[in-house]
Write a protein that binds this ligand. Structure first.
Ligand SMILES: *[C@@H]1O[C@H](CO)[C@@H](O)[C@H](O)[C@H]1NC(C)=O
Ligand SMILES: *[C@@H]1O[C@H](CO)[C@@H](O)[C@H](O)[C@H]1NC(C)=O
Ligand SMILES: *[C@@H]1O[C@H](CO)[C@@H](O)[C@H](O)[C@H]1NC(C)=O
Ligand SMILES: *[C@@H]1O[C@H](CO)[C@@H](O)[C@H](O)[C@H]1NC(C)=O
Ligand SMILES: *[C@@H]1O[C@H](CO)[C@@H](O)[C@H](O)[C@H]1NC(C)=O
Ligand SMILES: *[C@@H]1O[C@H](CO)[C@@H](O)[C@H](O)[C@H]1NC(C)=O
Ligand SMILES: *[C@@H]1O[C@H](CO)[C@@H](O)[C@H](O)[C@H]1NC(C)=O
Ligand SMILES: *[C@@H]1O[C@H](CO)[C@@H](O)[C@H](O)[C@H]1NC(C)=O
Length: 477
């Protein structure tokens, strides 16, 4: 009886089972021997994380069925509520084995890892009764699609610490077409769900997953800090509505790296709340680093700053980023009524191909939550630095529209080489209400951004953000 049990375990994806098993004397010893044997056989089932977990369980332990048809919402909720009891005893990981796991929205817990095997696919339910509603976000004052309330995201967490969502490139499929159709037909009473939303939390990691077809935004950390987002492949049709890739929103200390994103909206959209609601909430996005991002988004930006920026955006560093067939590169979107600021933005090393605009700033984005915005709340856009840019097949080099009476200042652009399309626009640099300087830029910039006689490089910080020094541990499944 006992030997077959060991073999069976070796073939399953269980690692520790809940440690209660280990306490059971000789069974525990045998289980430990099995674990050692399994480690040797499954060396590849290792992953990197901010922290490893003492306890481990598999979704099937809680009644999960991976046939693509049976709902696993209860299995996830039951599993995570069970594993939440281990938060103060070394934490727990929940393993999703190979299979297709249909599920509605579920909530995460602290000191917890959700691990998706490479052949595991989470399928988001298209049954609205599987999606509870949540109140609107305080810094937005209303839902983005519909004024009243919003659906909870597929994977949701609030007021948590130390949470990891990772895998060996396992897949989460939002099955978004159902929601996109309803959105286009104006049939939604609540705002569409996001794929992953983490609120009021810290020490978060989301890594090594393939995320496809979210109903709306994919990854939305909000009112949170110390976040690592690494190795995500994010895919949605380029005409799908509002399928932003990653939206750091009123977050401090965030590191986004090695992500590949094809989407119908901005690949990364940095935000901090909307008009009077965002100003009142007053929580900025700051100390954000984005590295080795690749983006394809023909109608949107590789990185957008705004348009919701009413808590402020500061200290954003983007390095070694690539866009192909994308509307613009690192775009600023704002409007009268937003208030706050976008400042200390540093971009270094952009490789671009087939772009409508290389540089684009918009001070008249509009898009207000309601008529209650303050027309005197002018955003302060200052200290925006770009250097080392090569671009090919470009329609417009730059369109920089500040706000009349509220110019965008401190713009610095250096070492830029832009090659144009076969039929480029005549006015390559269209600038209004902006102030700054350029060096070694081709084609030559507008008169508002004069070229300095002496060559210089625009600044890029030399210090590291605390989140960049966080080392990941090697954990095993
Ligand atoms: C993601 O996968 C890559 C390549 O397999 C690996 O080098 C990296 O450590 C992994 N990252 C995390 C956070 O698991
Ligand atoms: C968690 O689930 C396991 C396995 O089903 C069970 O033995 C244990 O009692 C549960 N623990 C809690 C705290 O619910
Ligand atoms: C998830 O958390 C939210 C916010 O705390 C709560 O409203 C909702 O009921 C929770 N969902 C479940 C299934 O527990
Ligand atoms: C979550 O944290 C926020 C901000 O600290 C607080 O206002 C809210 O009451 C907390 N919610 C819960 C369910 O603890
Ligand atoms: C993850 O899967 C996606 C989609 O199949 C693939 O394009 C990507 O290369 C994979 N990433 C890794 C690191 O294997
Ligand atoms: C260049 O850009 C145009 C759009 O302006 C596009 O139609 C064309 O395919 C691009 N050419 C190459 C070689 O990428
Ligand atoms: C904008 O911010 C900069 C830097 O913080 C500051 O020097 C400047 O006075 C501000 N401008 C306005 C109009 O508030
Ligand atoms: C230049 O920008 C202004 C202000 O946004 C716009 O009204 C105008 O049409 C643009 N001119 C050209 C030639 O594109």
């Amino acid at each position: 009886m006992k030997k077959p049990a060991c073999v069976e375990l070796r073939n399953s994806y269980v690692i520790g089972i809940i440690s209660i098993v280990l306490i059971l004397g000789s069974v525990g010893v045998r289980e430990a021997e099995c674990r050692v044997a399994r480690r040797k056989h499954q060396k590849n089932l290792e992953y990197s994380a901010i922290d490893c977990r003492k306890h481990s369980a598999v979704l099937t332990d809680f009644g999960g069925i991976g046939d693509g048809k049976t709902s696993n919402t209860k299995a996830f909720q039951y599993a995570i509520s069970n594993l939440s009891h281990y938060a103060s005893d070394g934490g727990a990981q929940l393993i999703v084995p190979p299979g297709k796991w249909l599920t509605g929205s579920f909530n995460l817990t602290s000191h917890f890892t959700l691990f998706l095997h490479k052949d595991a696919v989470l399928l988001a339910s298209q049954d609205e009764s599987e999606w509870p509603s949540l109140p609107v976000l305080p810094s937005y004052g209303r839902g983005r699609d519909a004024g009243e309330g919003r659906f909870s995201s597929l994977i949701f967490g609030t007021n948590l610490t130390d949470v990891v969502i990772t895998g060996n490139n396992g897949t989460i499929d939002g099955q978004g077409s159902y929601w996109w159709d309803k959105f286009h037909k104006g049939e939604l009473k609540l705002t569409r769900p996001y794929m992953i939303e983490i609120m009021y939390s810290d020490h978060i990691q989301i890594s090594n997953l393939t995320l496809v077809n979210s109903p709306s935004w994919f990854v939305h950390p909000i009112y949170s800090s110390d976040i690592i987002i690494q190795g995500l492949t994010i895919l949605a049709p380029v005409d799908s509505p509002n399928t932003d890739g990653i939206d750091p929103d009123s977050c401090t200390n965030t590191r986004v790296e090695d992500c590949y994103i094809v989407s119908g909206d901005d690949c990364v959209a940095v935000k901090s709340g909307w008009d009077e609601y965002g100003i009142k909430f007053g929580m900025p996005t700051q100390h954000l680093t984005i590295r080795r991002l690749t983006c394809i988004s023909p109608d949107s930006a590789m990185i957008a700053l705004g348009s919701e920026m009413s808590g402020g955006i500061r200290d954003v560093r983007a390095e070694d980023i690539t866009a192909i067939n994308t509307q613009s590169a690192v775009r600023i979107k704002t409007a009268v009524g937003r208030g706050a600021y976008v400042k200390d933005i540093f971009v270094k090393g952009m490789t671009l191909n087939t772009m409508k605009y290389v540089f684009w700033m918009t001070g008249s984005y509009g898009s207000h939550p309601d008529p209650g915005f303050d027309p005197k709340a002018l955003p302060n856009i200052t200290g925006i630095n770009y250097r080392d840019v090569t671009a090919d097949n470009v329609t417009y080099s730059a369109r920089l529209d500040g706000i009349s009476g509220d110019p965008f200042t401190g713009i610095c652009i250096s070492n830029v080489n832009i090659k144009l399309t076969e039929k480029p626009k005549e006015l390559q640099w269209n600038c209004t209400d902006v102030e700054g300087i350029t060096s070694n830029v081709t084609p030559k910039a507008c008169a508002l951004l004069p070229e300095k006689e002496e060559k210089f490089e625009c600044p890029f910080p030399e210090d590291k953000l605390p989140i960049e020094s966080v080392q990941l541990k090697t954990c095993s499944v």
